[in-house]
Write a protein that binds this ligand. Structure first.
Ligand code: BT5
Length: 315
């Protein structure tokens, strides 16, 4: 949202404020004020005009302007009712030179997981990609995936959902069984990037969070916020995720501690399928920029990437 429109919104939320008064404050014409007010109405803001001036009666439930309104992080937000994949759109924006942008969709028709797996993205979920141009070498970029998992977990914990992170990128709701089994996936993260070895050009962090969707429209082993606590304000959840992520990225090495605090994997027996190997053992720690440290029968190994499964303690 442009600066002037944002200033007008804030003035309206403290309103009533008259058109001429707004024009004076902003140094623009009354016609320009009127145009901005019309623009805000078109974006779904309910601007009421009475004798004493304009007031903001309500804000839209969801969408780009709704997320930007009151957001304490420096992102533009582009919203789509339906799009193949927000990560693909973020790539297009990156190639057009954009940065610090978020692509948000109500539905994805071609949502992707890692290794080109399908990601179910029915209407009502939170499907978003955050486009960043961090000053990081490419090898350090995985830390941003961990940051996104932490940000998402914090946002859902804020709602009272006891979620945690399975290495590296799954946000799970723990099962009720005492052996730790029965965990269900609430969110996943897919980070894609381009750049040279010594510096990332851009990173698109795709976050898929099953928010206001029926668990029956998701694969087995998944859950949604609707199933756990009922429907939520997606606007507020997205704002929290973005604010947390913005905060975490300022200190890449501090992200590890934040991740440890929400981890479900540490202390668990794990089975990790890596691109060329299988590692089984006890997950003891996480190391920069995001490797899992596993104590195996033959010694301690660091796993950089792979699919991790939590095993029963005896397996
Ligand atoms: C992930 O992959 O968990 C990354 C998911 C990233 C999705 C976001 S949405 C916004 C952005 N745009 C995109 O196109 N993608 C990103 P992975 O760890 O590979 O897990 C994929 C597996 O999770 C699938 O093979 C299914 O078994 C399962 N799955 C598919 N859809 C799911 C859903 N909605 N909820 C939970 N599990 C799901």
């Amino acid at each position: 949202m442009n600066e002037t429109r944002n200033t007008i919104l804030h003035a309206l939320s403290d309103g009533p404020v008259s058109g001429p008064d707004l024009a004076d404050r902003l140094g623009i014409s009354r016609a320009a004020v009127w145009k901005h007010v019309e623009g805000l109405r078109e974006a779904g803001f309910d601007v009421v005009s009475a004798d004493d001036g304009y007031t903001l009666a309500s804000i839209p439930e969801y969408g780009g302007p709704a997320v930007v309104y009151g957001l304490d992080a420096p992102f533009d937000v582009e919203y789509h009712e339906s799009i193949p994949s927000t990560n693909d759109r973020a790539r297009e924006l990156a190639e057009a030179g954009r940065a610090e942008s978020v692509v948000l969709a109500n539905e994805q028709t071609g949502g992707r997981g890692r290794l080109d797996r399908e990601w179910a993205s029915p209407p009502g979920g939170i499907w978003m990609s955050v486009l960043l141009r961090p000053a990081l070498p490419a090898a350090h970029a995985p830390i941003l995936t961990l940051a996104a998992a932490v940000a998402t977990t914090r946002a859902v914990r804020n709602l009272g959902v006891e979620a945690g992170v399975k290495w590296p990128n799954d946000v799970l709701v723990p099962g009720t069984k005492s052996d730790g089994q029965g965990e269900r996936k609430l969110a996943g993260i897919l980070t894609e990037m381009e750049g040279e070895t010594d510096e990332v050009d851009w990173v698109a962090i795709g976050i898929g969070l099953n928010a206001n969707v029926h668990a029956s429209s998701l694969p087995d082993g998944s859950t949604s916020l609707r199933a756990v606590i009922g429907d939520v304000s997606r606007r507020e959840v997205v704002q929290t995720i973005l604010e947390e992520l913005d905060d975490l990225r300022t200190d890449p090495r501090g992200i590890l501690d934040a991740w440890r605090m929400v981890a479900l994997t540490l202390g668990r027996r794990v089975h990790v399928e890596t691109p060329g190997d299988t590692v089984v053992g006890d997950a003891v720690d996480v190391a920069f920029p995001g490797s899992l440290v596993v104590e195996t029968e033959t010694g301690r190994v660091r796993v950089h990437a792979g699919d991790c499964e939590h095993l029963r303690p005896t397996e």
